[in-house]
Design a protein around this ligand. Structure first.
Ligand code: GN1
Ligand code: MG
Length: 385
């Protein structure tokens, strides 16, 4: 770990009642937004304890205060629910408070906009960037379904929007059109085919957000970033332990979480894969994830939500393609990119479009399975785990 980062981490730790010597700092590179470090402390008692230290990306999350209050309220609620269910297997992220009893710290020695938070490290856990086994896909689906279930009584609109319009797909599309029109970075000539596919699908984009806004489907507390690696699983048993990355927990539709969960968990290739012949939707993984998700959620969702589940997979995949393409057009200002890849965001968009094409091909099978799976689960009373 370079000296500059070590000095920064030690500076942050000064704000906390974390006693002992920092003996190891590892950067975790999986996220596209925040910077994450795993820090090992040797306590005076000889015990090794690990923490997650995260720098909040304030370009993306403009107001760290509302972001952190959402997270605090949600994690406290999750802890309370798990306790009342006597559930000792599953966990919630746990924020460490500063010496001043705050939920994040502002490191003024560095840049004015450097905000950090500290979580307990979840031990003996692993997260997957890609899934090959249906058993794990089932558990990931179950984890995100369970997360929404545990938050079913949470006062939805006490949560602030950390990124307004995060899954407002038509607004994302309109922004892309507008940015292409302005073309400040002179990149619009590179994206004819990709934009055409996105344009061709434009009538689909309002389907979820309009259903929500007209109350045809209910608002719920949703995670909004249900990437497969946002579930920590037990290394030994593969049981899910906790859902992480709570920055985008906001009022939303369960369809955002379901659609994004399938997009991420059932894809046969990483989002960074450029060999598009490798990019497909694995139907077995799709089925397993759906089964896990509905085993938690089916008893309390509405027929209108179910009728949009298949479409949500396609919409959220196209939405991410729109977001990657828009970031390419804007000069890579949102998603972290590999400096050696000048077209990284364009390639990510191409990858998502390849996935969307395969989803489209399989739509009848997808719709049919969702219907049957919902039928199987809806009568059951919810299993409390
Ligand atoms: C970002 O931070 P990370 O890597 O979990 C993004 C998601 C995208 C995802 C695509 C706040 O998630 O919306 O689906 O990249 N998060 C935010 O990899 O924009
Ligand atoms: Mg995230």
């Amino acid at each position: 770990m370079n000296k500059e980062i070590a000095a920064k981490i030690n500076n942050i730790l000064k704000n906390y009642n974390i006693k002992g010597k920092c003996i190891k700092i590892e950067e975790n590179h999986t996220g596209n937004i925040n910077s994450t470090y795993v820090v090992t402390i040797l306590e005076d008692s000889g015990i090794l304890r690990r923490y997650i230290i995260q720098k909040i990306n304030t370009t993306v999350f403009k107001d760290p205060n509302i972001l952190m209050h959402n997270i605090e309220n949600v994690t406290l609620h999750l802890e309370k629910e798990l306790k009342s269910l006597n559930d000792t297997t599953h966990k919630s992220l746990h924020l460490i408070r500063t010496k001043d009893d705050d939920i994040y710290c502002h490191v003024t020695e560095t840049d004015d906009r450097d905000y950090y938070r500290v979580y307990d490290y979840i031990e003996n856990a692993i997260s997957y960037d890609m899934v090959k086994s249906p058993d794990i896909a089932y558990k990931v689906g179950q984890a995100f379904g369970n997360f929404q279930m545990l938050l079913r009584d949470f006062p939805i609109f006490s949560l602030e929007e950390t990124i307004p319009g995060f899954h407002d797909t038509p607004a994302r599309y309109a922004k892309l059109e507008n940015d292409i029109f302005k073309d400040f970075k002179k990149r619009a000539d590179d994206i004819g085919q990709e934009f055409y596919t996105i344009y061709r699908n434009k009538n689909r984009y309002p389907k979820i957000i309009n259903a929500l806004r007209s109350n045809r489907i209910p608002w719920r507390v949703t995670h909004n970033d249900t990437k497969v690696n946002n579930v920590m699983m037990d290394k030994d048993t593969n049981e899910f332990l906790a859902v992480i990355d709570l920055d985008t927990v906001m009022p939303g539709s369960m369809l955002f979480d379901y659609g994004d969960g399938i997009r991420s968990t059932a894809a046969t290739a990483f989002e960074n894969e450029t060999d598009l012949s490798k990019v497909h939707l694995d139907l077995e993984l799709f089925e397993a994830y759906t089964d896990g998700f509905l085993s938690e959620m089916a008893p309390c969702i509405t027929e209108s939500e179910v009728s949009l589940m298949g479409e949500s997979i396609r919409i959220i995949t196209l939405e991410l393609a729109i977001r990657f393409l828009d970031d390419y057009i804007c000069g890579d200002i949102y998603f972290k990119v590999d400096p050696k890849r000048t077209r990284h965001n364009l390639e990510r968009a191409q990858n998502q479009l390849a996935l969307a094409k395969d989803i489209e091909k399989n739509m009848p099978t997808i719709e049919n399975f969702i219907k049957e799976c919902y039928k199987k689960h809806k009568g059951k009373s919810r299993k409390i785990i």
